[in-house]
Design a protein around this ligand. Structure first.
Ligand code: ASP
Length: 438
C-alpha cells in the first residue's frame, strides 16, 4: 500500500463541523496514514486562532495580568469539539499540566506549542490513530536551527512503529536541553514536509481552505485561473514574492526526496488543487505559471563613470550593506551604474548611513534614491525558452501607460522581475496577466 501524508491547517480543524470533513477525507483513502494537524484556526471573520490566544496568555502572564480566562477560552474550544463529535478522550490532565507549567513560568514556545499538541491528541482519538508527539523527534540545535538529518532519522524510526498516526505540527525540541521549540508561524506545513520525507511518502497533501494556488492574487486580478502544476522552484519564487499558500520552508524536505505536494481544499475535496513537483516531473505547457508582487522597496543607485573597469566596486558596495546588517533583494548593474533594491522596512532607518558610506567608500559621481517601488515577479519555467517574453511584458505595460523603473531577467531563467512605482502595482499586474492569459 502507498503512503500519503496529509496535513490539515487551522481552518480545517477549527471546529467539529470541519473535523467531520477531515475524517471523511482521511477515511476515503486508506493510504492517508500519517496526519499532521495545526491548532484550530478561525471559525469566522473576527474569530481568534488558538495559537494567537496562547501567545496572548503568555504575554499576560509576563506582565502579571491574569491569563486564566483566556486559557479557559482555549480549553473550551477543544472541549466543545470533543463534545460535539462525541470523542472519547480525557483532556483534563493535559489542561492541568499546561496550567501548572504556566504557573511555573514556562517558555513562550512551550505555551504556543500546546495548540497543536491538544489538537493532535483530539484528532488521534477521533480517527482511532496513534498520537505521536514531535518532542524529541523534530530536533533543533542550541541556536534554534533545525537539525534536518537527525530529525529525519528520529521521525522515520518512530513512525515506522506506527501503521497510522496523528502528529502535531509546528514544534519540536532543542536536542541538548529537551526544551520545546516552535517553528516560525505557519510552521505545521514544514512539519508535514518533514514527516513526508521521513516516511518516504508518495505524496504530501496539504489541505487548506483554498483549491490550490492561483495565477495571481485575486485581490488584484479578477477571477485568476488556478495553477494545476507548478515546480518547486517556481513556487519558491512566487512565495518569496508574496503568494502565500504554503510556508516558505516547507518545500525543502520533500524536494530532497522528490515527493510532490498537492494543495487541496477541505471544503471542496473534489477539486484537484495544485500539484507541486520537481522540475523534471513538471507538466505545464504554459509560458507563465504565475505572477506575484511585493512592496515597498527602495532602490539606491550609484553612478560612476567607468565603474565597470573598477575592480572590487560591487564588493565594496555590498560590504556597506553587510556592515550595516542590511540584506538586499536584487542588484541590477549597468556599465556605469549599480542599483541595490532593498525592502524599504529594512533600509529606511539606515538610509543616511548607507548614502554616507557609499560616498565615502565608492566616490561616486551621483547617488539617487527611489522609494516606493513595487516588484512584480513573472514566473514560469517556459519563460526561458520562449522568444519575446520581455517584449510582451514591456508592451503590455506601455499600452497601459505604466513606466517601468527596473527590469531584471533572473539568472535562474524562470522569472522576470519588473519594478514599477507602487501606485502602478495593481494596474501593472493586471496588464501583464492579461498579456499572457486569455
Ligand atoms: N498554529 C501555528 C500558527 O498559527 C502553526 C500552523 O498553523 O501552521 O502559526
Amino acid at each position: 500500500m502507498g503512503v500519503k501524508v496529509v496535513k490539515f491547517g487551522g481552518s480545517s480543524v477549527a471546529d467539529g463541523l470541519q473535523l467531520a470533513k477531515v475524517k471523511e477525507i482521511i477515511e476515503s483513502d486508506p493510504e492517508r496514514r500519517y496526519v499532521v494537524v495545526s491548532a484550530p484556526g478561525k471559525r469566522f471573520d473576527g474569530d481568534s486562532k488558538i495559537t494567537d490566544l496562547l501567545f496572548m496568555c503568555k504575554a499576560h502572564a509576563e506582565h502579571n495580568i491574569p491569563y486564566e480566562q483566556l486559557l479557559q477560552v482555549v480549553t473550551d474550544r477543544y472541549s466543545a469539539i470533543k463534545y460535539n463529535l462525541n470523542i472519547d478522550v480525557d483532556l483534563e490532565d493535559a489542561y492541568k499540566e499546561i496550567k501548572a507549567q504556566m504557573n511555573s513560568g514556562c517558555s513562550e514556545d512551550y505555551v504556543a506549542s500546546r495548540g497543536e499538541y491538544l489538537s493532535a491528541i483530539l484528532v488521534a482519538a477521533y480517527l482511532g490513530y496513534d498520537f505521536v508527539d514531535t518532542k524529541r523527534l523534530i530536533l533543533f540545535d542550541g541556536k534554534g536551527r533545525l537539525l534536518a538529518e537527525e530529525t529525519n532519522e528520529a521521525l522515520s524510526e518512530e513512525l515506522s512503529k506506527h501503521e497510522r498516526a496523528v502528529i502535531p505540527g509546528f514544534y519540536g525540541s532543542i536536542k541538548e536541553s529537551d526544551e520545546i521549540k516552535v517553528l516560525s508561524r505557519g510552521g505545521s506545513d514544514v512539519t508535514g514536509s518533514l514527516v513526508a520525507r521521513a516516511v518516504n511518502a508518495d505524496i504530501y497533501e496539504n489541505w487548506t481552505d483554498v483549491s490550490g494556488l492561483l495565477m495571481a492574487d485575486p485581490r488584484v486580478v479578477d477571477d485568476p485561473k488556478p495553477i494545476e502544476n507548478i515546480s518547486y522552484m517556481e513556487l519558491r519564487e512566487l512565495s518569496y514574492m508574496g503568494a502565500s499558500v504554503l510556508h516558505e520552508e516547507a518545500v525543502f524536505p520533500v524536494r530532497l526526496s522528490n515527493i510532490p505536494i498537492n494543495i487541496r481544499n477541505t471544503n471542496a475535496p473534489e477539486d484537484p488543487g495544485t500539484i507541486i513537483t520537481t522540475e523534471k516531473d513538471y507538466k505545464n505547457d504554459k509560458v507563465l505559471s504565475g505572477i506575484a508582487g511585493k512592496q515597498p522597496f527602495t532602490v539606491i543607485t550609484v553612478y560612476k563613470n567607468m565603474m565597470n573597469k573598477e575592480v572590487g566596486f560591487v564588493r565594496r558596495a555590498l560590504a556597506v550593506l553587510e556592515d550595516l546588517g542590511i540584506s538586499f533583494d536584487h542588484i541590477p548593474t549597468g556599465i556605469d551604474s549599480l542599483s541595490v533594491v532593498i525592502e524599504s522596512a529594512a533600509v529606511e532607518d539606515h538610509l543616511d548611513e548607507v548614502i554616507d558610506a557609499f560616498n565615502h567608500r565608492l566616490h561616486p559621481d551621483e547617488i539617487t534614491v527611489v522609494p516606493d517601488i513595487a516588484l512584480i515577479a513573472v514566473v514560469g519555467m517556459g519563460l526561458s525558452h520562449s522568444v519575446g517574453v520581455s517584449a510582451k511584458i514591456t508592451k503590455a505595460l506601455a499600452d497601459a501607460g505604466i513606466n517601468i523603473r527596473m527590469l531584471n531577467q533572473g539568472t535562474s531563467e524562470i522569472n522576470v522581475i519588473i519594478g514599477v512605482e507602487s501606485k502602478d502595482f495593481k494596474a501593472a499586474t493586471r496588464a501583464i496577466y492579461s498579456a499572457f492569459v486569455d
